[in-house]
Design a protein. Structure first.
Length: 696
């Protein structure tokens, strides 16, 4: 709670809270109950109950569940002819009556498994007009909470006298959102949490990429600006109903947060003060809003800092890296305190940074020097790309390596790490930027903390020069489809090993085993094993199969291999398992292997195992992948193993960098022309000699 967001400071005083879960959260798109989400909700409420919070639940879903059960009953009792005739929809009140008992039975079963007692309270709009009822309701709830029982409220739609449209001037509440708001006020709750199927209140429909999440709702500012989307897909309310209920409760002194019921542990995160969802508070208009640096401002700051970094002397840039290495070791206990699980290898990271600092200076290297004409000298020099955006779904040590690579190559950097390592990323970023020094400034490396900012960043093709996604093929594909900025990376790591007829089989078994088993989830692990047809006759194929199966590898075959080995056929040759699964296929020769790789591979890393040098050279020269090996495991395709110090990622692109991308892959070139007053003037009077000079 020490680093709590100031707009969430009020959660420190929360003891009693009302949680409302809507139909869109408790049911799936087909109308059936979302048992996984309900189970996760009950587990959160159990944990809060154990921590001493007084939890009151308001739930929807009875009508939808009742309708589902009645439809199933009608289907089970229908003849074929009945099914040919359209049938009327069920009465909503009948659905509510059937579904209510089923919904409560489900909650009771789930809570019982967690050793929690729940209770049911059905209410209707009219009874709240009775002061005696309201007094009795309050006393009953207080008694239940004192017994650590979780009261579960729902509007009793089965006997409600109101008809659509529900919201009218005479009503006290109109749906379960407004019921939740009313109960929060009536029972003097300290917080109302409204769970939705989106992350909170957006400035427009959440499906619109231009819409932004509103972290703090200020009625005077936002009421006229917001454009609401469709109402709830299954229930009566939707976001409009939630906002109305939230505003009403907030102005009565009950803080409200609208957040996603789909995300895991969101209620607990709210009570921990995390800045998620949208908060409604009567004093929100008085708060000094937390200044948010826009994506564009962050990128501009990184570019300006990178230009200051580039003009430093090489030894000054080296000193920054050494300072970072020292700072990591000095703050090791603080880093581990944030998250003991990661990274845990601070000394190794510091050592790799020192190795990088001692590398040859990469910036400003003269790659080519030409005398164009007398006294007219042209130089081609290495220079930084500019600003990098790296989005990674991996352990936090990736942040350290990427930051060091960016500094060594003189680039500005924006980082977006995975939420599972949020605390580790934050402390590592703080340690690194604090060690950079005022000359360059900590804004050289920006840490993007919200997923909502990524779409804005991907639009900044005028400031950001390269995007590097590190993660699943889904992430990489989404990034490539969402930006005009060049993207460096690979969507798939479908790596092949081809065992030729002349292979040394002991060597082959070792390489094949290592390529698959050493780290199956790595992008450079073997996913397809291609075997020369002659090895199926002399026992070589069986030796390879036995070697893999002894290591626990599950084999799937292509058409030829599955028929011969009696194994299941692979669903696709273009499949990255990232596990102890592998595809095996038999091919006629090296040319067939090359053709297979080109048709089904991802141009990542391929290997041939052969003792025939001509076959090896044919494979090495013709396979069009980023890395091609002879008699060596595909697992060697790695920046550290290549001597690059570290890697920002592996690229299968054919433009700019390919394979493991280290410092060199984060540089581009520019031309420097030194003259003495020369002009073109139609090329009159200039004698071009294009004489190559020594580069240095």
């Amino acid at each position: 709670m020490d680093s709590i967001d100031p707009t969430r400071a009020f959660v420190r005083n929360v003891r009693r809270l009302v949680v409302k879960v809507g139909t869109a959260v408790v049911t799936r798109s087909d109308g059936r109950l979302a048992l996984g989400r309900l189970g996760a909700l009950c587990e959160q409420l159990k944990e809060l109950n154990c921590q001493g919070y007084e939890v009151i639940l308001v739930t929807s879903g009875a009508v939808g569940l009742g309708r589902q059960r009645l439809r199933y009953r009608r289907l089970a009792n229908s003849s074929f002819s009945d099914l040919q005739n359209p049938q009327h929809e069920f009465d909503g009140k009948a659905c509510a009556a059937v579904g209510q008992s089923s919904l409560m039975a489900l909650y009771d079963a789930m809570f019982s498994q967690l050793d929690v007692t729940s209770s049911q309270l059905l209410v209707t709009d009219g009874v709240f007009k009775d002061g005696a009822f309201r007094k009795q309701l309050s006393e009953t709830v207080h008694a239940l909470l004192n017994l650590r029982v979780i009261p579960i409220f729902n509007e009793n739609d089965a006997v409600s006298t109101r008809k659509a449209p529900y919201e009218d001037a005479s009503g006290i509440f109109w749906d379960n959102d407004s019921l939740a708001g009313l109960l929060a006020m009536e029972l003097k709750a300290d917080l109302l949490v409204l769970l939705s199927d989106v992350e909170g209140l957006y400035s427009g429909p959440p499906s619109d990429p231009k819409s932004k999440l509103i972290h703090t709702y200020v009625k005077e500012k936002h009421q006229a600006e917001i454009t609401f989307g469709d109402k709830s897909r299954l229930g009566r309310g939707g976001m409009t109903a939630k906002v109305n209920a939230a505003v009403c409760a907030a102005y009565a002194g009950i803080p409200v947060i609208i957040t996603s019921g789909f995300a895991q542990d969101n209620i607990i995160k709210v009570l921990q003060g995390e800045r998620i969802g949208t908060v409604f508070h009567k004093d929100a208009h008085l708060w000094t809003q937390v200044k948010e640096v826009s994506a564009h401002e962050m990128a501009i700051a990184a570019r300006n800092s990178s230009r200051r970094l580039q003009v430093l002397k090489p030894e000054e840039r080296k000193k920054i890296l050494l300072n970072i290495a020292d700072a990591l070791e000095t703050n090791e206990s603080q880093i581990k305190a944030e998250n003991e699980a990661d990274p845990g290898k601070i000394s190794g990271l510091a050592k790799s940074i020192r190795v990088m600092a001692d590398m040859e200076e990469p910036i400003g290297q003269i790659l080519k020097r030409t005398e164009l004409a007398d006294g007219l000298i042209l130089e081609k020099k290495s220079c930084p790309l500019g600003v990098l955006l790296v989005i990674f779904e991996s352990r936090p040590d990736a942040l350290v390596q990427i930051a060091a690579l960016a500094i060594r190559s003189g680039n500005g950097l924006l980082l977006k790490g995975g939420k599972e390592a949020k605390k580790s990323n934050a402390i590592l970023h703080k340690v690194i930027t604090s060690a950079i020094g005022d000359t360059v400034g900590g804004k050289l490396i920006g840490l993007v903390t919200s997923r909502d900012e990524i779409p804005d960043l991907l639009k900044l093709d005028d400031v950001i020069d390269l995007v590097v996604p590190r993660g699943s093929n889904k992430l990489v594909s989404q990034i490539k489809e969402s930006t005009k900025i060049p993207v460096l990376g690979h969507a798939d790591g479908i790596c092949h090993v081809y065992v030729d007829e002349s292979a040394d089989m002991d060597m082959a078994k070792n390489i094949v085993r290592d390529a698959k088993v050493d780290y199956p989830a790595a992008c450079n692990a073997m996913e397809t094993l291609l075997v020369h047809k002659d090895l199926s006759c002399n026992g070589g194929l069986n030796d390879l199969v036995t070697e893999l199966q002894q290591e626990g590898v599950n084999l799937y075959g292509g058409p030829r291999a599955s028929a011969l080995l009696k194994i299941a056929e692979a669903s696709s040759f273009h499949h990255e398992y990232s596990s102890l699964d592998c595809t095996i296929e038999i091919v006629d020769d090296v040319s067939a292997a090359i053709d297979h790789i080109h048709r089904h591979g991802s141009a990542h890393t391929e290997c041939i195992i052969t003792e025939d040098p001509k076959v090896a050279e044919l494979f090495l020269s013709q396979v069009d992948s980023a890395a091609v090996f002879h008699n060596a495991s595909t697992r060697f395709c790695d920046g550290a193993r290549f001597g690059l110090g570290a890697e920002v990622g592996i690229s299968t692109s054919r433009i700019h960098a390919r394979g493991p991308v280290g410092v060199e892959g984060l540089l581009t070139t520019r031309w420097i022309l030194r003259g003495n007053g020369q002009v073109v003037d139609g090329d009159k009077g200039i004698n071009y000699i294009h004489k190559e000079l020594l580069a240095s």
